[in-house]
Design a protein around this ligand. Structure first.
Ligand SMILES: NC(=O)c1ccc[n+]([C@@H]2O[C@H](COP(=O)([O-])OP(=O)(O)OC[C@H]3O[C@@H](n4cnc5c(N)ncnc54)[C@H](OP(=O)(O)O)[C@@H]3O)[C@@H](O)[C@H]2O)c1
Length: 246
């Protein structure tokens, strides 16, 4: 078991399934105590906590809807209190409500912004007072910040462009405190969120490696950014997309 994150404490938003769950597993495997939030998947969250603990790790599941700023702030406090510190924040919670512009519901637009963008700001604002020199803020953006890819993805792409810009600004705010802030931009990755059917096939045909990414392949980039080797990396957007943008 690599021990690069021994003694560190992490909070991962949206950790019950998909990429977030892979990040929880990876950070715990690298030695960090890991809290994670989720919105609905009680059984999956419980099972993941059990899995990490069975391997000798520390995990804590916190039910907190990212659309609710108070719930996000409380989740950060709860994680910091439970572990006595907070070194790493990974903003992974995200939703995809697709739709072309003239059929897009404004309530869906607001929910997308609340979960995919505002919650990233709220969690970061709540987490940094707990962090010292060496702190890490990592957000899961998307290659859609750079390539929309298909019709109906304008709002999702906008939210991922927003967190990429937010990351650069936060890196400027927090650099003087020794806290790094980066965005990981996955390409199409095999999770419940990945496009299926005709769009799925079209997306797959645009990936140089001819396959979707695995959640663990995104988690390994997060583990790098969270670890000591990435001390001079901040304000960066790191892409893992199998050559989708190539
Ligand atoms: N899959 C891809 O192809 C892909 C590509 C690029 C970027 N991404 C990004 O990667 C991140 C993870 O996506 P994924 O593919 O792993 O999605 P996923 O399989 O749908 O999992 C989403 C996770 O986020 C949680 N979540 C959703 N809404 C939430 C809310 N309001 N409050 C708290 N937690 C919430 C879910 O919790 P519950 O189980 O409780 O609902 C779940 O743990 C997202 O930011 C996504 O935009 C994904």
């Amino acid at each position: 078991m690599p021990n690069t994150l021994a003694g560190k404490a992490a909070l991962v938003t949206g950790g019950s399934r998909g990429i977030g769950a892979a990040i929880v597993r990876r950070l715990a495997n690298d030695g960090a105590a890991v809290a994670f939030t989720y919105a609905a998947s009680d059984d999956k969250a419980r099972a993941l906590v059990g899995e990490v603990r069975a391997q000798g790790g520390k995990a804590l599941a916190i039910k907190a809807d990212s659309a609710d700023a108070k719930a996000v702030q409380q989740a950060v406090s709860q994680a910091a209190e439970a572990f006595g510190r907070l070194d790493i924040l990974v903003n992974s919670a995200g939703i995809l409500i697709a739709g072309v512009v003239d059929a897009y519901d404004l309530a869906d637009f607001d929910r997308m912004v609340a979960v995919n963008v505002r919650a990233v700001f709220v969690a970061t604002q709540a987490a940094v007072p707990h962090m010292g020199e060496g702190g890490r803020v990592i957000t899961i953006g998307s290659v859609t910040a750079d390539r929309s890819g298909f019709a109906g993805s304008s709002v999702y792409s906008m939210t991922k462009g927003a967190v990429a810009s937010l990351t650069r600004g936060l890196a400027r705010d927090l650099g003087p405190r020794g806290i790094t802030v980066n965005v990981v931009q996955p390409g199409p990755t095999d999770t419940d969120m990945s496009p299926q059917g005709e769009i799925g096939e079209r997306v797959r045909s645009l990936i140089s490696l001819g396959r979707m990414g695995k959640d663990s392949e995104i988690a390994s980039l997060v583990a790098y950014l969270a670890g000591p080797d990435a001390g001079f990396v901040t304000g960066a957007a790191l892409t893992a997309d199998g050559g989708y943008l190539a």
